[in-house]
Design a protein around this ligand. Sequence first.
Ligand SMILES: NC(=O)c1ccc[n+]([C@@H]2O[C@H](COP(=O)([O-])OP(=O)(O)OC[C@H]3O[C@@H](n4cnc5c(N)ncnc54)[C@H](OP(=O)(O)O)[C@@H]3O)[C@@H](O)[C@H]2O)c1
Length: 295
Amino acid sequence: MNDKLIVLAGGTGDLGKRIALALIKRKANLRILVRPGSSLELPGADIVAIDFNNPLELISACKGATIVISALAGLGDVIIDTQKRLLDAAIEAKVPRFIPSDFSADFTKLPEGSNRNFDLRREFHRYLEKKPIAATTIFNGGFMDMLSGQAPFILFKFKRVLFWGNADQKLDFTTKDDTAAYTAMVALDKSTPRFLNIAGDIFSAKELAEKASEVFKTPFKLFRAGSLGMLSAIIKIVRTLSPKTKELYPAWQGMQYMHNMYSGEAKLQTIDNNRYPELKWTSVKDFLKTIKKSE
Ligand SMILES: NC(=O)c1ccc[n+]([C@@H]2O[C@H](COP(=O)([O-])OP(=O)(O)OC[C@H]3O[C@@H](n4cnc5c(N)ncnc54)[C@H](OP(=O)(O)O)[C@@H]3O)[C@@H](O)[C@H]2O)c1
């Protein structure tokens, strides 16, 4: 076992559990912080139940770690408040490195208000930048897994690829498992830069339609839903009529994410996939083949 202790918060979640498994596979010394009452059992990890609102419990749980990874998900009470408490505890416990729960398109240059969930992350970053701890954000574009239906890029029933604006705009996508494996490598690394960008595959709507046609052996055509200006107007209307402010992913927030990607404003500028040459990346064609098999 690797003697460097890694602390993970959010290990019961979708991405968090995959990060935990990727770390266990690499024989990491892993401590997962869970909320009391959690039923998480992962052989190879030390599971510690703590009250995330109690700074002393958090500090004690972070002691001895070389890095704290956050894979938490939520609104301001989690992404800002709980992550701040976790970060402060890591600093107090003299942990040298922190990975915030970003795992998204590059939101650093987006205008305020263009994506509610990204505004929360930028607010946390402003706090983080002032703190005496090294941090690494991992940007992975969209999760490729969402192309199987959760995000309306491919309309399987109509054999269409839906896009806004320009069909040639390149989009970044990475599977959850590839993101988790990379995060594990970053955690086990000695030192890493402030930002690392990864993309399992990069393609436009036009290319996505071509790849879907090839994999499913039936033509997938493009469907231009409208201009980016029209998408902005629709987002405003949906948000007004159905605000659902307490939901993490209301429909309008998904539309904000699509706008950020199709406008190119959240496009990854550099790609750091090759930092760990042993990692293999899932292309969108490989991913679509897994959907085909499970149909
Ligand atoms: N790029 C993309 O397309 C994309 C898509 C989806 C998600 N993401 C990102 O991936 C990251 C992880 O998301 P996910 O989908 O894996 O989330 P998830 O499955 O909802 O898991 C969330 C985790 O946070 C924990 N949590 C929530 N509120 C908490 C609180 N108040 N105190 C302590 N723990 C709390 C949950 O614990 P419990 O089990 O106790 O509730 C769980 O472990 C997030 O940054 C998310 O934005 C990216």
